[in-house]
Write a protein that binds this ligand. Structure first.
Ligand code: RNT
Ligand code: ZN
Length: 413
């Protein structure tokens, strides 16, 4: 008997159908962030990374051109199993020689090369307006700025991004998730917490008053608790973003690095599912702060996956990754993190969920704890290995990444 067949039997004895789990996992789409490849730099501005987010590390081989980033994406994606979507930021616009358009004037044509890239690989594209790393971010403010020139500039950016998102959906035939996140906030205690939020609301209203096809573009709104240099006040707080999303019928997005350290996104998913048709996630790993470390197979990632899978919500949650580590090989960061999101989903698909729910409802917490602990040592690795075989992907990725590093990355310096 193969290791998979033995493992399949062990799971069957626990009441779990591994074939069903593998079948479901292969159909889950994960939206992969392009910005792991170049430390969130992009191609449209020389401004350094701002917005209270930070990449740390100086590993050689960072992509600095669209061609390099595309080559790295290809290599990394070839080592990641499952269905993928490419998640782009507006700052990744690609201009022809001598051409330039500022963020408020970006057009679909500036993303044609990405569309060609995605189409050739049969992928959809998700999109993000870029409200950071730009001279028009004044005093850390964009859509909530009291300066009308600044505010309008960024409203126009949002409007252009909606058009680009629609273009992505039309070209690829896959709906586009457009996520709005602004860094706006204050380092110290504000005199007025109300007015900036009122201006953010007005700006969002203005952006969303642009007609767009809601079956093609899902607008999501991402909240945050604080940023570096913006410790005391964040305009787009959790309450603001949730309330706004509900009122406007757009989709709330939770990034698990954006809450107080003892607050868990896994506990929030069920509530949001009860009040929203769709919800969106940025899967990341914060270490002490919103540090955007590579996703590992830790308890919270597994618990997030459990909430999606065991609430039967795989088709209601837009799952995207959002982390950026510049201290290790960037392709390995991509692959490790993405494989871990999938491992967490597989782990959840292999839970005896109905039995566990029944034990909870029967108030049999003794048996529930025993089962929950028992399942942790079931031969998960053998099912994962089988998944990789079926996807035609080798388990070992480090050696291929090392080879790529020697042949391609180190020569970039
Ligand atoms: C920042 C947000 C946001 C960004 C990306 C680059 O804290 O998480 O999603 O990380 O848009
Ligand atoms: Zn995020």
């Amino acid at each position: 008997m193969s290791r998979y067949d033995e493992a399949k039997k062990i799971y069957a004895d626990l009441g779990v159908d591994t074939e069903k789990a593998l079948d479901k996992l292969k159909d889950v789409t994960i939206s992969i962030h392009c910005w792991q490849g170049d430390d969130v730099t992009g191609f449209d501005s020389r401004a350094s990374l701002s917005g209270g987010i930070q990449t740390t590390g100086n590993y050689p081989g960072k992509a600095t051109t669209p061609e390099e980033l595309m080559a790295d994406i290809d290599k990394a994606f070839s080592l990641i199993p499952g269905k993928k979507k490419l998640n782009l930021h507006a700052s990744y616009a690609i201009f022809d020689e001598g051409e330039f358009a500022d963020r408020d004037a970006l057009q679909p044509k500036h993303f044609k090369k990405w569309v060609d890239f995605a189409k050739e690989r049969n992928m959809g594209i998700d999109f993000n307006p870029t409200y950071f790393s730009h001279a028009m971010v004044r005093d850390n403010l964009t859509l909530s700025s009291p300066d009308e020139e600044v505010r309008k500039f960024w409203v126009n950016h949002g409007i252009q991004c909606l058009k680009i998102s629609e273009y992505f959906a039309e070209e690829t035939g896959v709906p586009c998730v457009m996520n709005i996140w602004i860094p706006d906030g204050y380092k110290d205690i504000p005199a007025d917490r109300f007015a900036p939020r009122a201006r953010f609301k007005k700006s969002l209203d203005e952006i969303l008053s642009t007609p767009y096809d809601k079956s093609k573009v899902y607008v999501t709104l991402e909240s945050k608790v604080f940023g570096i240099g913006l410790e005391s006040y964040t305009v787009g707080s959790a309450e603001f973003c949730l309330s706004y999303s509900t009122q406007k019928g757009i989709t709330p997005l939770m990034d698990n690095g954006h809450y107080h350290p003892t607050e868990l996104v896994s506990d929030k998913i069920s509530s949001l599912l009860l009040f929203n048709e769709k919800i969106a996630l940025h899967v990341t790993r914060g270490v002490r702060w919103d540090s955007d470390h590579v996703v590992i197979l830790d308890d919270e990632t597994k618990e997030i996956a459990k909430e999606i899978v065991c609430n039967d919500a795989l088709d209601r949650v837009f799952i995207a990754t959002d982390y950026f580590d510049a201290s290790i090989n960037r392709l390995s960061a991509w692959v490790t993190g993405l494989r871990n999101v999938q491992k967490a989903l597989l782990n959840a698909l292999l839970l005896p969920a109905d039995e566990m729910k029944k034990l909870q409802n029967d108030n049999d917490f003794t048996a529930l704890m025993c089962l929950q602990e028992e399942i942790k040592t079931a031969p998960f690795g053998d099912i994962w290995a089988e998944y990789l075989v079926r996807e035609g992907i080798e388990k070992d990725y480090l050696s291929q990444i090392k080879e790529y590093e020697e042949k391609v990355l180190v020569k970039r310096v």
